[in-house]
Write a protein that binds this ligand. Structure first.
Ligand SMILES: *[C@@H]1O[C@H](CO)[C@@H](O)[C@H](O)[C@H]1NC(C)=O
Ligand SMILES: *[C@@H]1O[C@H](CO)[C@@H](O)[C@H](O)[C@H]1NC(C)=O
Ligand SMILES: *[C@@H]1O[C@H](CO)[C@@H](O)[C@H](O)[C@H]1NC(C)=O
Ligand SMILES: *[C@@H]1O[C@H](CO)[C@@H](O)[C@H](O)[C@H]1NC(C)=O
Ligand SMILES: *[C@@H]1O[C@H](CO)[C@@H](O)[C@H](O)[C@H]1NC(C)=O
Length: 408
């Protein structure tokens, strides 16, 4: 079911499910894309892989890795009264909200803080975090205030050297189960859940607009709570139900097929994977990745861990086509390469042409069940608008003015 949001120029319309709410003044919160240095020699692809590994580990340990992407979209929030400002990574791939990733800016209790008596923790490949869970006032700006938000307050962390203070987790709430102790089966409602429950937003959904960035710190993204912003996409939003395939079904998972050019199959059968604002690249399972590499002729570059194209290969590069619930989304050749002005940040040659398709790899032995075939990460989401709709248990995608742009 599609909502033609452009032709429905409604001022404020609350329409029956499964339409989405259209407002002339959507509640937008700005997002800044930041490249941050983590001070070690792991490549972008290694970081993304650890990130994915930790998506799984979360189920068994709590929150997940934070310092393993080299770029992230962050949002400013304040917590408490008097308020303390924190810069949080916007993450659709996890659902806990917490602060204190950088222990130089720990959680600061205030008059609105209520201790829950619960511990909260997470573990991942190269570090861990633990702390206590508090209930506090969280202000996202623009009138979006949650008076009683469950927030993790980090009291110790290792291996975390991120360019942000914590995470704003807007994934499915079930991902929070297991992160508290001793109440291990208690979920922690997300910020979106709370805004909806208290009547601040008309639907339990979040919409994300990313754009290809033009500078190292660029406030070019927008997250909209409760509705979509029709100025940020073109055409219709196409919805697909969350996948039922385990274990992609735990996250914002979808089913898709993928072709290189019109006819070379990359994922030939409908396959489940996830859409994740916390992953940098577009990751494919090893079979699909090898098929893509063979079709394009790219070679794996040791220094960056990314595929590298010759100018001739790039000139001949065909579009990737994502087929999702009967709709085809074209991902151009230009969308498939890493932004060249940022090559040096990932250890690349300034004139090199690197790809953004990465190998999801084989999960390490401890995580044998992470069976998603792809992760449509930021590289994908900078070309398509995305909607995470809890009310209707579905994910929406739409083209934007950047879908076909030649920028990288
Ligand atoms: C967040 O706050 C910092 C400093 O307080 C500011 O430089 C930055 O532009 C803000 N970012 C966003 C996305 O509002
Ligand atoms: C990173 O550095 C460590 C320690 O110097 C080394 O053991 C490891 O092999 C390096 N990794 C890469 C990918 O270069
Ligand atoms: C933890 O569980 C106990 C027993 O079910 C319940 O009374 C208490 O409210 C829970 N605490 C939190 C913070 O969820
Ligand atoms: C929380 O963690 C601390 C430190 O590990 C521990 O001493 C305490 O008993 C834990 N509290 C609960 C409620 O689990
Ligand atoms: C999904 O994950 C659970 C553990 O959380 C595991 O027991 C199960 O086998 C997994 N399913 C698949 C299909 O991998």
């Amino acid at each position: 079911m599609f909502a033609n949001l452009v032709t429905l120029a409604l001022a404020l319309s609350v329409v029956a499910n499964p339409m989405v709410v259209i407002r002339d003044s959507p509640i937008n919160i700005p997002l800044m894309k930041r490249y941050h240095t983590v001070g070690d020699n792991r490549t972008l692809i290694m970081r993304d892989r650890e990130h994915i590994t930790s998506l799984y580990k979360h189920r068994h340990g709590g929150l997940r890795a934070t310092d393993i992407t080299t770029s992230a979209y962050v949002v400013n929030v304040t917590v408490g009264n008097p308020p303390t400002e924190y810069t949080l990574l916007l993450d659709t791939g996890s659902s806990n909200t917490w602060v204190g990733a950088d222990l130089k800016k720990p959680f600061k209790p205030s008059s609105t803080t209520v201790q829950t008596g619960q511990n909260v923790s997470f573990k991942y490949g190269s570090g861990e975090f633990s702390g206590t869970e508090v209930i506090d006032r969280l202000d996202l700006g623009n009138g979006l205030v949650v008076e009683k938000q469950g927030i993790g307050a980090a009291s110790s962390s290792s291996g975390l050297r991120a360019g942000f203070d914590g995470i704003l987790g807007v994934g499915p709430v079930d991902l929070t189960i297991g992160s508290l102790s001793p109440n291990t089966t208690t979920p922690i409602p997300t910020v979106t859940d709370n805004l909806f429950a208290q009547g601040t937003i008309p639907e339990n959904l979040v919409a994300v607009s990313f754009e290809p960035s033009t500078s190292i710190s660029d406030t070019n993204g927008v997250v909209t709570f409760g509705s979509v912003d029709s100025s940020r996409f073109t055409g219709d939003i196409h919805f697909t139900s969350r996948t039922q395939v385990q274990n992609s079904s735990l996250w914002w998972g979808i089913d898709q097929t993928l072709t290189y050019g019109q006819s070379t199959p990359i994922l030939s059968q409908s396959t489940a994977g996830i859409v994740d604002t916390g992953t940098t690249l577009l990751l494919l399972n090893t079979d699909a990745f090898v098929t893509y590499q063979t079709a394009t002729g790219a070679v794996l570059d040791d220094r960056t861990g990314l595929l590298q194209f010759t100018p001739e290969q790039y000139a001949a590069l065909e579009s990737l086509f994502f087929h999702i619930n009967g709709v085809t989304f074209e991902f151009t050749a230009n969308a498939q390469i890493f932004p060249r002005k940022f090559n040096a940040l990932v250890g690349g040659d300034p004139d090199g042409i690197y790809g953004i398709v990465g190998d999801l790899g084989t999960p390490p032995p401890l995580v044998p069940v992470f069976n998603s075939a792809f992760v449509n990460g930021m590289a994908f989401l900078e070309r398509f608008y995305s909607v995470y709709d809890t009310t209707n248990n579905r994910i929406g995608l739409a083209t934007t003015k950047f879908t076909y742009a030649d920028i990288n």
